[in-house]
Design a protein around this ligand. Structure first.
Ligand code: GN1
Ligand code: MG
Length: 368
């Protein structure tokens, strides 16, 4: 993540921040955007902000991303203010506008930069440490969906069209195997077969949505456990971050990605596959937390696919990592050779574990 301090100095001057930039550190979070935490001196106090450069090859229309983020954060903030919540700047991301009033800054190279208030006294984790944390994640993403049920101003823009279209993801995977441009398919035969054997369920949610059996909602679409900020003192969820893929979707995409990223004890790129499993106590608390927030509006159809969605989205991510491996890692940032294949293997191992427990998981959700 090369970004000399000088460049960041220049960028940071574009935003409505009063103070001098003292230093900035790159944050190794996410596989897509580039993020820095920057410390400023302001009237003698130290304050931190987040500066982020959007990945333009993933987000083809950065102004659309920013439009959505402004609408979503503005709406949640209004709701928190209306109910006189305390600590609002830690409960919802706050964008710092540029001096000329824009939500982001476009530099001479055409790169888009934005700035958020740094949420102090909070932590994120790569993997959930306890069922209580799983509950908090479920509740936080559930509340996020609840807040956005009445978002005014029409449909959000689709920042990445077909983001959770598992059929299209499957088709891209098939194409990558057929072309095998980088001669990598030979390293991934078992994974390719694993994926091919499961084509049968890729359309379930798509068909239910197309047939009107599942509603479209405003969803987060990237509900990874490390996108929940937990208060360092109380352990309670404060807010969810990474709002670039908030757009029209299915509530189950969110729940499914929570199952993927919260119920296994290890990170999504764990190489010791024997450590990967869907842990029922984590699932129970995750489902309880989620339903504690959305229980009132979730339809029967949505409820009935909660366990399935965990399997589907874990499979979808496995497919995406595998496709990216086969096409020489052009999408997800990698930190070692074979990284995307490791990620794929970890997802598929988790899919198997969910398959073994799917009935039990759904039976539990049905009882809640
Ligand atoms: C990417 O960059 P990050 O970690 O927030 C990806 C998600 C994946 C996730 C897997 C825009 O998110 O869809 O679930 O990696 N984001 C995009 O770790 O593709
Ligand atoms: Mg993301």
């Amino acid at each position: 993540m090369a970004c000399p301090e000088k460049q960041l100095q220049r960028i940071s001057k574009q935003f409505q921040i009063c103070g001098e930039l003292i230093h900035a550190v790159p944050l190794r979070i996410g596989h897509i955007n580039e993020t820095w935490s920057a410390t400023y001196s302001q009237g003698g106090a130290r304050v931190r902000y987040i500066h982020q450069k959007l990945n333009r090859s993933v987000f083809r229309n950065p102004p659309a991303v920013m439009k959505n983020v402004v609408r979503v954060t503005g709406h949640i903030r209004e709701k928190l203010e209306a109910r006189k919540a305390s600590d609002i700047t830690r409960r919802c991301l706050v964008l710092i506008p540029t001096w000329d009033g824009h939500s982001c800054y476009r530099d001479a190279k055409g790169e888009y930069w934005r700035t958020f208030i740094f949420v102090e006294g909070a932590r994120t984790f790569q993997a959930a440490q306890s069922p209580r944390q799983a509950f908090e994640a479920g509740r936080a993403f559930g509340e996020f969906q609840v807040h956005l049920v009445d978002l005014p101003g029409g449909r959000l823009l689709e920042t990445i069209p077909d983001f959770h279209n598992t059929r299209k993801r499957f088709a891209s995977f098939q194409k990558a195997v057929a072309n095998d441009r980088f001669n990598r398919a030979r390293n991934a035969r078992p994974e390719i077969n694993f994926a091919l054997e499961r084509e049968g369920f890729v359309d379930v949610i798509l068909n239910a949505m197309a047939g009107g059996r599942l509603p479209e909602r405003v969803t987060h679409n990237d509900t990874k456990f490390n996108n929940v900020m937990l208060d360092s003192k109380t352990g309670r969820a404060l807010c969810v971050v990474d709002l670039d893929t908030v757009m029209p979707g299915c509530a189950l995409y969110d729940f499914g990605d929570m199952v993927r990223s919260t119920t296994s004890p290890v990170c999504e790129d764990e190489r010791d596959l024997s450590r990967i499993r869907m842990q029922m106590p984590m699932f129970r608390k995750l489902a309880e937390g989620y339903l504690s927030a959305v229980g009132r509006f979730l339809t029967r159809g949505e409820r009935s696919l909660m366990a399935f969605s965990g399997k589907l989205i874990t499979f979808e991510l496995g497919l995406r990592f595998l496709t990216d491996y086969l096409t020489r890692d052009s999408y997800f940032r990698v930190h070692r050779p074979g990284h995307n294949l490791d990620r794929c293997r970890a997802q598929f191992k988790l899919v198997e574990s969910i398959e073994r427990q799917e009935e039990k998981m759904q039976a539990y959700a049905d009882r809640l």
